[in-house]
Ligand binder design. Sequence first.
Ligand SMILES: Cc1cc2nc3c(=O)[nH]c(=O)nc-3n(C[C@H](O)[C@H](O)[C@H](O)COP(=O)(O)OP(=O)(O)OC[C@H]3O[C@@H](n4cnc5c(N)ncnc54)[C@H](O)[C@@H]3O)c2cc1C
Ligand SMILES: NC(=O)c1ccc[n+]([C@@H]2O[C@H](COP(=O)([O-])OP(=O)(O)OC[C@H]3O[C@@H](n4cnc5c(N)ncnc54)[C@H](O)[C@@H]3O)[C@@H](O)[C@H]2O)c1
Length: 435
Amino acid sequence: MFDLLIIGAGPGGIALAHHLNQAGKKVAIVENDKWGGTCPNYGCDPTKMMMAVVEAKKHAEWLQGQGIVGEPSVKWEEMRARKLNLTDPYEKEMLKGLEKAGVTTIYGTASFNRNGDVVINEKTYQAKQYVIATGSRPKNLAIKGSEFLKTSNDFLALPHLPSHMTFLGMGPVSLELAQLAHAAGTEVTIISRHEAKIGHFDQEIGDVFIASLKSEGIEFIENVSINQVVQKDEGYQITDSKGFELETGLVVLGIGRGANLKDLALENVEVAVNAHGIEVDEFLRTTHPKIYALGDVLSKTEGHLTPVSSFESAYLARLLTGKEEKAITYPVIPSLIFGPTKLAQVGRVSGEDIKVKMLDLTSWYTYKRINAPFAKIKIAVNDRNELVGASTVSPLADEVINLLTVMIQQKISQAQAERMILGYPTVASDLEYYY
Ligand SMILES: Cc1cc2nc3c(=O)[nH]c(=O)nc-3n(C[C@H](O)[C@H](O)[C@H](O)COP(=O)(O)OP(=O)(O)OC[C@H]3O[C@@H](n4cnc5c(N)ncnc54)[C@H](O)[C@@H]3O)c2cc1C
Ligand SMILES: NC(=O)c1ccc[n+]([C@@H]2O[C@H](COP(=O)([O-])OP(=O)(O)OC[C@H]3O[C@@H](n4cnc5c(N)ncnc54)[C@H](O)[C@@H]3O)[C@@H](O)[C@H]2O)c1
């Protein structure tokens, strides 16, 4: 009998396995695909490894005629080979790490039986407690020809790109993958079923991000709901019910992800789920007394992101080893969309009780240095002049948003920011001038 059996070896499940193993618990972890889960195999890591190439190209282009001679170009096949060499070994390293630490690893699909035990490859396993960390999978569209639609996993596995590609949806998956394809020479169209608006991001700042992609030549089509995909000689024809038609080499889905529940047989253990995933209370407990859940598989508003899964696994490790008694409370969580120009947001940037200002940063030294064409920030402070939120778009938005996240979390006011000395010239040395 194990102390704990974890289903799903993504960032959430693996971190929890290590935490509890180090605490002396007898831990088993089950995986039915790649050890490490979505982030290192199909998500964050491979996409950002490729994005580094696209960023390098753009940074060189921005300095063309100012010292840079010649225009670099991106080759999909080489960029993909780099990803294969650098991120594909993660899977084996993750498995080795678990085995070396003494965690029992089981390869197979886990499901619960009516006794509340877990069955894997027809063998039954028992544990004192179970954690479901099965993550999510891409949603498909229920339309005619949906079998021709590709997922983000399929996109990353393409040996070559067609001359034109279409991305459905306007979330981070479409907006990031579209940039990879476009930089490698493919014409790209992004189709939104509504007006172009990026999820929860501030509309004004989001519009600047969209403008940056449009300036590259990425096409945006709004208010179109595709209802049919038909195979053609050299690709596909997609249509809607109002007469829209587009011929394209490939159609990639970026319309969100749904919780991975299908193999778990949760009906046998009466774990409550809704349309967005598993329901848990503020201690990450499901409706079954021995079963907890964490990560992307949860129905939650905090964001389905790697650091959120990791945060939940650290909390659960403390809870299950008696080091934590309180309910989980999340800190402010930044969200990002990557590219040579990045979009990032944290906290609140609208509301009656806060002061909000917009700064155009393109003339600031930090951005002039790299000749960035798009750089803006919206900053919100409360009546004590403490930062409560920010939304920003620039090539350095990833670094800026993390610094601002720390400042919001620590409730740092302008007076306190002025008393710090930070390296110059960097994004950090701009911080005190944002207030
Ligand atoms: C293209 C893309 C880019 C992304 N980029 C970023 C980014 O830049 N930053 C960021 O923070 N997040 C990003 N994400 C999101 C991030 O990958 C996820 O939030 C993160 O992987 C969630 O971790 P998890 O452990 O909850 O689940 P997962 O990583 O999904 O792991 C769950 C694991 O459980 C396994 N599993 C499922 N069912 C069973 C079963 N019945 N039995 C056994 N095993 C099972 C699955 O095979 C999987 O390996 C991206 C996602 C995608 C798709
Ligand atoms: N940089 C990052 O942090 C990053 C990068 C990639 C993915 N992710 C994570 O991966 C997950 C999936 O991302 P995503 O972009 O696929 O999903 P998303 O939910 O963020 O965005 C989905 C988009 O598709 C649209 N949409 C939904 N249903 C549709 C339909 N039936 N027809 C047409 N359009 C539809 C939505 O309006 C939205 O614009 C998210 O949790 C995201 O946080 C994060």
